[in-house]
Design a protein around this ligand. Structure first.
Ligand code: SF4
Length: 382
């Protein structure tokens, strides 16, 4: 029998539940969902109050990837109809960073497809990052694949705040989702980032055919690596990809996964990441109790809820948006101006076309009808 108060008290002192307990939070029908959500809310409230951090993703390079991550629309074997393009121009990235700041994003996340940048490419990225930091009041995150110590230091010196590289699943399960690089490669990237003084961001994808033990394992691995920012993605299935929908992702399991992640990593920024709309569905507001951040306006190759839908959900649930100064400055003009800016930002950053607009489902893709739902496209983060 789970002691909810004890679970919350331990999290408040930074202590994790036992691994068996963590597994029970996901699987045991005796663990009451609302009592679990309440227990997970205690450390969330202690570390983040009722604030919700808002992130905007910019896919600054799409497709053209030699890797075979089986969940990703950009992988070398994927048949999904994404638009492929090399790195956007610095001007275009700066413009999109400005729009993200105007939209109230506290963080601007630049994401590049590919195994990892060369040294020369890293230097180009560093120049852009430094200019974004000089011009706009946003924290800058980068997701660029495998990065070694030398490259991480170049990025840190440019002012990068965080480097993202998701572990995605457990070490045991990793070979089933990718064969072109190893789990150890991913861990090494996080270690290089930390050693260079960068904050790390690393999370997982639920629903890739993993066992409960794999979810518990990755949650504890992230704790051991002291990762301060953990995106929890929910698989968006892509027709023809190696990783298929495994049928495990009910809204309740997604919510339990977020609670488990919060209780194992009590002080981390837990992000409701890709696939929240189609997988959590009507339970999305409850997810704000264990989690304290989310993306607005979609992901890398998938459209999500609009900024106004997301802001309304946050306010209706009694939470506040933790935006930047520009966001506060626009607040006097009401939500509309902010929403307009957010919509513009994302419209400009969306380059993917729907492969087939004929079948509708619970997932949104860009292009065509604005509210079209379809399950083609990809994972938000690498
Ligand atoms: S997750 Fe990243 S490295 Fe893997 S296939 Fe997609 S773009 Fe390439």
């Amino acid at each position: 029998m789970i002691g909810y108060e004890r679970l919350a008290q331990r999290a408040l002192t930074g202590e994790a539940p036992g691994r068996d307990e963590a597994a029970a939070l996901l699987d045991d029908p005796e663990v009451g969902l609302l009592r679990l959500v309440d227990a997970a809310f205690a450390p969330r409230l202690k570390h983040f109050g009722r604030k919700v951090m808002v992130h905007v993703l910019n896919n600054v390079q799409n497709g053209l990837c030699p890797e075979d991550c089986g969940y990703c629309a950009q992988n070398r074997d994927s048949k999904s109809a994404i638009r492929q393009y090399p790195m956007k121009t610095p001007e275009s990235i700066l413009e999109e960073a400005e729009q993200a700041a105007k939209a109230g994003a506290s963080r601007y996340c630049m994401v590049l497809s590919g195994r990892g940048p060369t040294l020369a490419y890293t230097r180009r990225l560093a120049e852009v990052i430094s200019e974004v930091k000089r011009r706009f009041p946003v924290e800058v995150c980068l997701s660029a694949g495998l990065v070694d110590r030398e490259k991480a230091e170049i990025l840190a010196q440019a002012g990068l705040d965080r480097l993202n590289h998701n572990l995605n699943t457990s070490e045991r399960h990793y070979a089933e989702v990718c064969s072109t690089h190893t789990y150890a490669d991913r861990v090494a990237t996080l270690e290089a980032a930390r050693a260079s003084g960068l904050d790390t961001c690393s999370g997982l994808i639920m629903g890739m055919g993993e066992e409960t033990e794999d979810l518990v394992e990755v949650a504890f691995r992230l704790r051991e690596l002291e990762v301060p920012s953990i995106p929890v993605n929910f698989l968006i299935p892509i027709d023809g990809n190696q990783v298929a929908e495994d049928g495990s992702l009910t809204p309740e399991r997604c919510l339990r996964g977020l609670c488990m992640m919060r209780l194992v990593n009590p002080s981390a920024e837990i992000r409701i990441a890709g696939g929240r709309e189609g997988n959590l569905r009507t339970l999305q507001p409850l997810a704000l109790y264990p989690a304290n951040s989310l993306f607005i306006e979609g992901y890398l190759t998938t459209r999500g809820d609009t900024a106004d839908e997301t802001y309304s959900m946050i306010r209706d649930a009694g939470f506040e948006i933790d935006g930047n100064e520009l966001y506060d400055a626009t607040r006097k003009d009401g939500l509309d101006a902010r929403h307009e800016a957010a919509s513009d930002a994302v419209r400009d950053a969306s380059h993917d076309a729907p492969a087939d607009a004929s079948s509708q489902s619970r997932f949104r893709i860009p292009g065509g009808g604005d509210q079209l739902l379809k399950p083609e496209i990809a994972r938000p983060e690498r």
